[in-house]
Design a protein around this ligand. Structure first.
Ligand code: GAL
Length: 384
């Protein structure tokens, strides 16, 4: 088709706009990539590798079908965290009807990529639900690539912890208590039963459920997959093998019966901090936070890190990742999603600086902010 002069001018105008350098974060606003298109990386995580950040997230399409995987995992790269170059689809769904676990129409959520120094491979973990089975499969899956941007080759999925009891699981908890399956949910007796392994026992053989997840690499190079398990009642932390592609069998529970989703983890001054959400599907709720001096616990529950207006809905968003800013000590960005399930492609991104008051992680809304907040004295950064 012949381009009209007006069409040509509009194309030129949008190209110029697309190339305008961004110099700040504007949480919740449309976030254009290098082509001027709103970033399509939901439930995202970030990898920092050789001077570049790589953002990986769920590629959503328009309309309710877009909540399932129609395309795959989208990758973008950046050197300054504001301006993102579209690197295309890093993990592509398999064709419909292929029988692959990641076929079109499956659910691929919350992808997180880590680099393994021993193998030189990039390892992507994500929450996988099998096509046509709702959220019942509750699996965590792994894909591997030689390059950060992919293509990632799908390896396999897991129910972690099969045949393995969590650390510190008492001998007397290995047998079911009489009548425990009939306990009424949310009663003190039921909470006690969950803490003492009601669901851990049920899923010992198939392996434990694994839904919302993140991956965390510690200073010693050991990596962990942290996921919502036991019908989303209890978080599990499971150690990955040296190549980060499987599980060692060492795992533990976090906050039994605490009903936590959307785990995001960071380490600061030797302590581990965890931010989560409650379980209300796509609807936002108040975030929670935890601290521990070991990844294996015990985890101490703290308060809602969000402050100010809309703190009770985490500013209408749900956590996905805590990004340590490269080259700045103790500088962390809280990353969250503002889901729009009726038209998932429109989903927004809430990135805010994460500060600390003692052990308590803190968030404060900002319409516009930049990485300079991390260079200001602590008090000023909090007050911005
Ligand atoms: C949310 C979860 C999302 C997605 C959604 C489906 O609670 O955090 O990742 O699974 O439920 O309803």
């Amino acid at each position: 088709m012949k381009k009209t002069l007006l069409g040509l001018l509009l194309t030129l105008a949008s190209a110029t706009q697309a190339q305008q350098k961004l110099t700040a974060f504007e949480p919740g606003k449309v976030w254009p990539d290098d082509k001027g298109t709103h970033l399509n990386a939901h439930g995202a995580g970030v990898l920092y590798d050789k001077g570049r950040y790589y953002l990986f997230g769920e590629h959503k399409i328009a309309g309710p079908r877009g909540n399932s995987a129609q395309v795959g995992v989208h990758c973008y790269s950046s050197t300054d965290l504001y301006n993102w170059k579209d690197e295309g689809i890093a993990l592509t769904v398999a064709p419909e009807g292929s029988g692959s676990e990641i076929e079109k129409g499956s659910v691929i959520e919350r992808p997180k990529v880590v680099f393994n120094k021993k193998t030189g491979k990039y390892v992507m973990w994500f929450h996988l639900e099998l096509k046509g089975k709702g959220y019942s499969a509750a699996r965590t899956a792994v894909a591997v690539s030689d390059k950060a941007t992919g293509p990632y080759a799908y390896m396999r999925s897991y129910r972690p912890g099969a045949g393995q009891w969590p650390l510190g699981f008492k001998e007397e908890w290995k047998q079911p208590a009489p009548n425990e399956a009939n306990l009424k949910w949310w009663t003190p007796e039921w909470r006690k039963a969950v803490t003492e392994g009601l669901f851990v026992r049920r899923d010992l053989q198939p392996g434990q459920m694994a839904r919302d997840m993140t991956v965390f690499v510690d200073d010693d190079g050991k990596a962990y997959n942290i996921h919502s398990s036991e019908e989303n009642l209890t978080l599990h932390v499971a150690e990955l093998t040296d190549d980060y592609q499987g599980f060692t069998g060492r795992w533990n529970t976090i906050a039994p019966a605490g009903h936590n989703e959307a785990p995001a983890l960071c380490k600061r001054n030797g302590k581990y901090y965890l931010i989560t959400s409650g379980c209300t599907g796509w609807a936002p709720n108040a975030a929670r936070s935890f601290v521990s001096s070991s990844i294996w616990g015990p985890w101490q529950q703290l308060g809602n890190p969000a402050t100010g207006p809309d703190a009770d809905s985490t500013y209408h968003s749900q956590s996905t990742y805590i990004l340590p800013v490269a080259g700045k000590k103790n500088a962390f960005i809280f990353m969250a999603d503002r889901w729009t399930p009726k038209n998932p492609i429109e989903g927004g991104y809430i990135w805010l600086p994460l500060s600390f008051e003692g052990d308590q992680p803190r968030l404060q809304w900002a319409d516009r902010w930049n990485l300079g907040v991390f260079d200001q004295p602590k008090k000023a950064a909090v007050a911005q």
